[in-house]
Design a protein around this ligand. Structure first.
Ligand SMILES: Cc1ncc(COP(=O)(O)O)c(C=O)c1O
Length: 475
């Protein structure tokens, strides 16, 4: 086996794959069954023979790529998973090859230094003080902190753990009392309720904030949720707001919620997994006005920052809060040593942690700040145009004007038909879209995240939906 020769084959296949995908030469999605794929990819035979090199590797990769969901295809509108930049993907390859599990500095100095740099870079975007590179100075003054995690769900959970510890530092050792609650809108991502369950607060102890008909937090009603908690004798771990929400892509009013949290001494967490990247746009960062007044925030780089999956950032205003969240003992890791850098291991749930900063940094450094801003602005602008186009169709309904790059709409038919239409599109393979429920009605949903997607693709999507209905589903 020659790594270089095999690597060239893999890269050459990826290059063709990329061109085929952006030129729409293949379906955006194609789903064989598990057994069909087992057979097609000769999974058992390769494993038995240990022969995945040379021509067999080439053929395996070709078949593998032929059975992927093609995010680079301009008809990819389904989920909030970024279209990875090729240079970022090279970052993932280098990280995989070097395997520098950088949670302790000595296991990956370059990876750790890049993560440190990226955390500080994001802290700067929020308006929080960066961490000092001279770690002797850590916590000698008030500054922000953060860490890159394996996804937004883990970042949200880490934020809530940090908030819980800040509320009551005895809980980590003693366990949860039964008087803890989290305040969050119904429209918050399910990872918030999941985190509440995992960290022992309990999913039923997420008190729902009242929202307007489009699912945005109503500031005038915040007091009701607070009162509900107080009446039950509960302590509030955190209030969570969406920036933006997963279903509709709408932003909660951050600055006004910050007023409420600061008046009532409540930890304010902003879930910016998807829309936090608006901080990179001069035009759209207004949606995050007041973000510096939050206590914690997350941003998924693998959503709107074109970074290969996974890479999320948890950011906190006060580094001390995060430093004190995980103070564990492991004599093989935590001991006196020469320490030229920073150990992120004290900031995260993970022990072995990938060098996530590399793929993130290489993506942004290849694109450049101006172009990432243009990418976000274009995605948001195209979503407005898509809204105007679809809203003007007599047989389509759009429930709300988009604020980001997520758009929900509905063909003039029942809930079950929306699902059948989506299934049909997926089967046909020119478009891949998702669907969601809003106010107990089923909507089709698109995420305009692919820089290759154009208004014409949206117009063709509308035509395809209409044709699919006329041909297959109208009585
Ligand atoms: C608002 C929001 N928060 C959190 C998450 C979870 O992020 P991840 O999928 O990276 O775990 C998502 C995922 O779509 C999201 O939209």
């Amino acid at each position: 086996m020659s790594f270089y020769k095999d690597g060239k084959k893999v890269l050459s296949n990826l290059d063709s794959y990329y061109k085929q995908s952006i030129n729409k030469e293949k379906k955006v999605i194609k789903q064989l069954t598990i057994s069909e794929l087992n057979e097609k990819l000769s999974l058992a035979a390769h494993l038995k023979n240990g022969d995945l090199s040379d021509e067999r590797l080439d053929s395996f990769i070709k078949k593998y790529l032929d059975n992927t969901t093609r995010l680079h295809h301009p008809g990819y509108f389904a989920h909030q998973v970024g279209i990875p930049h090729p240079t970022g993907a090279l970052g993932s390859l280098v990280d995989g090859f070097t395997n520098n599990a950088m949670a302790i500095y000595e296991m990956g100095p370059a990876a750790a230094a890049i993560e440190f740099f990226m955390v500080n870079y994001l802290l700067g975007k929020i308006g929080w003080k960066p961490m000092p590179t001279d770690i002797e100075k850590r916590l000698t003054f008030f500054h922000g902190g953060g860490v890159l995690t394996h996804g937004g769900s883990l970042a949200n959970m880490t934020a809530l753990l940090t908030a819980r510890n800040c509320l009551d530092s005895s809980i980590r050792e003693e366990g949860n009392p039964s008087d803890l609650v989290i305040l969050a809108p119904e429209t918050s991502h399910y990872s918030i309720a999941k985190a509440a369950g995992i960290i022992g607060i309990g999913e039923n102890n997420v008190i729902r904030l009242e929202t307007d008909p489009h699912g945005r937090v109503m500031v005038s009603k915040l007091n009701n949720a607070l009162q509900k908690a107080v009446d039950k004798g509960k302590r509030i771990v955190a209030l969570v707001a969406n920036a933006c929400s997963t279903g509709t892509g709408l932003y909660d009013p951050i600055d006004e919620i910050a007023d409420f949290c600061s008046e009532n001494g409540i930890w304010f967490h902003v879930d910016g997994a998807h829309g936090g990247s608006a901080l990179f746009s001069n035009k759209h960062k207004t949606y995050l006005h007041g973000i510096h007044r939050a206590d914690s925030m997350i941003i998924d780089a693998h959503k709107m920052l074109r970074t290969p999956t996974v890479c999320a950032a948890l950011l906190v205003k006060d580094a001390a809060a995060l430093d004190h969240t995980f103070e564990h003992k492991a004599s093989y890791l935590f001991h006196e040593k020469k320490q030229p850098g920073f150990d992120f291991i004290g900031q995260v749930i993970e022990c072995t942690k990938a060098g996530l900063g590399l793929r993130f940094y290489m993506t942004l450094a290849a694109i450049g700040e101006k172009k990432i801003e243009r990418y976000i602005d274009n995605a948001y602008a195209l979503t407005q145009q898509a809204f105007e186009h679809i809203n003007a169709q007599p047989d389509f309904e759009v429930p709300c004007k988009p604020e980001s790059n997520i758009l929900c709409f509905r063909f003039d038919a029942g809930d079950d038909v929306q699902i059948m239409l989506r299934d049909h599109l997926i089967e046909e393979g020119s478009f891949y879209i998702s669907c969601t429920e809003l106010n107990a009605r089923r909507y089709l949903r698109i995420v305009i995240i692919n820089p290759e997607s154009k208004l014409n693709d949206i117009k063709n999507l509308v035509t395809s939906i209409r044709q699919a209905f006329a041909t297959h589903f109208s009585k």
